[in-house]
Design a protein around this ligand. Structure first.
Ligand SMILES: NC(=O)c1ccc[n+]([C@@H]2O[C@H](COP(=O)([O-])OP(=O)(O)OC[C@H]3O[C@@H](n4cnc5c(N)ncnc54)[C@H](OP(=O)(O)O)[C@@H]3O)[C@@H](O)[C@H]2O)c1
Length: 330
């Protein structure tokens, strides 16, 4: 049994331990984040997990979601199901991105509240912050400036999800919390060359160049932009930590607090994959935002920090990639 819901508890003193047999629903358990949360909960001995694949339960379908919550009545919900993708996917399918994400989160948050769930965890993303937010980005910079236009459809949906969690907490006392992870990577990542994020795309590019003995790998831009990357198993630890230790409406950034230039990242991946050819930067291609780094002081004050060094995380991601290469999407 968790503690009763209160509106403004102290985040430090209130600990909200989930029983090992509490009924926990991980929405999106086959995705990058959901599968990491699943691995962690199993490892920690949680044995009453409720899981549905996308084809078993389409979360954009309100009546399906309502029925599922009535039947299963999960007590704790990790919402890791979303329509996710890189710049290309966002700008090609803006309607899908805004529609799916709004529907999924609205259906699940509302059904969780109506079925008296004890606690709900929503995953946002660092792209909710303004394009020109001061770096590192604090939680307070939400809604203080214009969004990056290429993924504003996704970002607007995520902002609506945060606001919905806050509104349900204020009006109904529903214990919904939101966290904002930085760029994630790890086992189960999307390695699609067109649709993926920079780190898995580079891993695959260097791997294929090695296998095909290509003389060079060309990376878009100057390599100067700096980005932050968090190993997905560390994020899973943060979700469990916040599920147990945080009960406030304020959003919480989750990152490493360290950034790396794309050039340094490409050089590191070149070494990890064992590629011997040349690394070339195509300066004629756009660079994007010069720096994107989260301010992680709030989660650090709560008592959590990431633990996997970037090199170690990329090495285990590459091992996973090599093991699963046959099944990897496209
Ligand atoms: N990846 C990152 O770098 C990153 C960074 C910050 C925040 N996040 C957040 O973390 C969350 C999870 O992202 P992820 O990277 O794990 O994405 P992912 O690997 O694409 O996984 C998303 C999962 O959601 C499922 N899903 C999508 N639409 C659904 C629907 N209508 N009904 C049921 N299931 C559905 C997908 O199933 P199918 O594949 O079968 O469609 C998939 O299993 C998202 O909220 C995202 O914003 C991710």
């Amino acid at each position: 049994m968790g503690l009763p819901i209160t509106h403004h508890p102290s985040p430090i003193t209130l600990v909200y331990i989930m029983n090992k047999n509490a009924k926990i629903y991980i929405a999106g358990h086959r995705g990058l984040v959901g599968s990491a949360i699943l691995r962690l909960l199993i490892k920690r001995g949680y044995d009453n997990l409720v899981l549905r694949t996308h084809s078993e339960l389409d979360l954009t379908n309100q009546s399906g979601v309502t029925e599922f919550f009535k039947q299963e009545g999960p007590e704790y919900i990790f919402l890791a199901a979303a329509r996710v993708g890189g710049i290309h996917a966002n700008s090609t399918y803006p309607a899908d991105f805004i529609r799916s994400n709004l529907l999924v989160q609205t259906n699940v948050i509302d059904a969780a509240y109506r079925n008296n769930a004890k606690k709900f965890l929503f995953l946002g993303s660092s792209c909710i912050y303004p394009k020109f937010a001061p770096q590192p980005m604090k939680e307070e910079c939400l809604l203080t400036g214009e969004l990056e236009p290429t993924n504003e459809w996704y970002a607007i949906a995520k902002i609506a999800g945060i606001k919905m969690c806050q509104a349900y907490r204020r009006q109904y006392g529903f214990n919904a919390i939101s966290l904002m992870p930085t760029n994630l990577y790890g086992p189960g990542d999307n390695f699609d060359l067109e649709d993926s994020h920079v780190l898995p795309a580079l891993l695959r590019k260097f791997h294929e160049a090695k296998i095909n003995a290509r003389p060079e790998v060309v990376v878009w831009g100057t390599g100067a932009p700096r980005r932050e990357f968090l190993y997905v198993d560390d994020l899973a630890e943060a979700t469990l930590f916040l599920m147990e230790n945080y009960n406030e409406e304020k959003i919480v950034n989750v990152g490493t607090g360290k950034d790396i230039s794309i050039k340094e990242l490409a050089e590191l991946i070149k070494v990890i994959t064992g590629y011997q050819g040349e690394l070339i930067f195509d300066h004629s291609k756009p660079d994007g935002t010069p720096r994107k780094l989260l301010d992680i002081s709030r989660i650090e004050r709560l008592g959590w920090t990431s633990k996997t060094p970037l090199r170690e995380g990329i090495e285990s991601t590459y091992k996973w990639f090599l093991k699963n290469i046959q099944d990897i999407r496209r």
